[in-house]
Design a protein around this ligand. Structure first.
Ligand SMILES: [Zn+2]
Length: 235
């Protein structure tokens, strides 16, 4: 019996790598699949992982009918045993419903991979619909880590070096992490909930650790990296 499975996690937790591995495993057993993605970091019509692997994929524009794509493939004589959907948080609720229909009416396995919530901690509409409809939702166990070492569960948006919690859910020209810090450059960082709620990105934490002022919260409950040099050691 085919299933709609939603694999969710933060950024940096290896979702795209797992999507590629899953495609490889099924292909190795002679099964035929279709891969969809939307706004991959490597550009349109590519599914790429941070580890450097990539493969071609169908780019999911907002008005693309996923049901129609699969049916066209089948009526053209192609076989589709499974469908892999990366960056599924960006799909519309209607597209997620098309995925459920592929499972129920055509008995095609659908594996969707996506981020659960945005930088404001609100569910992406596509992810919400997946949680509502999936046969199973699985939180990926390759945990990304916050700068404090705790499991990172939340995505933070950093604009010009400052963490923000308001703004458009998706910024056009969204870039992922990069080395330099321009004024309005948009970056993302994964944090634990404690530090997300406190707007404590790694840069803010570094600045706080270097400052002589006492931090305005309990250090035991919210550890920061030990100061590098120059401060007196604890007795
Ligand atoms: Zn943390």
């Amino acid at each position: 019996m085919a299933e709609l499975v939603f694999f969710s996690g933060t950024m940096d937790c290896g979702k795209s790598t797992l999507a590629l591995q899953m495609d490889h495993n099924h292909r190795a057993r002679g099964r035929r699949g279709l891969i969809f993605t939307r706004m991959d970091r490597a550009g349109a019509s590519v599914l790429s992982s941070r580890l450097g692997l990539s493969t071609g994929a169908v780019e999911v524009q907002e008005d693309l009918d996923l049901w129609g794509v699969v049916v066209a493939q089948l009526t053209g004589g192609g076989a589709v045993d499974y469908v892999i959907c990366d960056e599924a948080q960006f799909y519309t609720p209607a597209q997620v419903e098309q995925l459920a229909r592929l499972v129920d009416e055509l008995d095609i396995e659908v594996f969707a991979f996506g981020i659960m919530a945005d930088f404001r901690t609100r569910l992406f509409p596509g992810s919400q619909r997946l949680v509502e409809l999936a046969d199973r939702t699985q939180v990926l166990q390759v945990a990304a880590l916050c700068w404090c070492g705790a499991r990172a569960t939340h995505n933070a948006r950093v604009v010009g070096g400052v963490m923000v919690v308001e703004g458009e859910q998706v910024v056009v020209g969204d870039t992922l992490t990069s080395a330099d810090h321009d004024e309005d450059e948009v970056e993302y960082e994964v944090l634990c909930r404690r530090h997300h709620m406190r707007r404590m990105s790694s840069r803010a934490a570094q600045a706080a650790a270097l400052s002589a002022d006492v931090l305005p919260f309990d250090l035991d409950a919210c550890p920061v990296p030990p100061p590098a040099v120059g401060l007196p050691a604890a007795p």
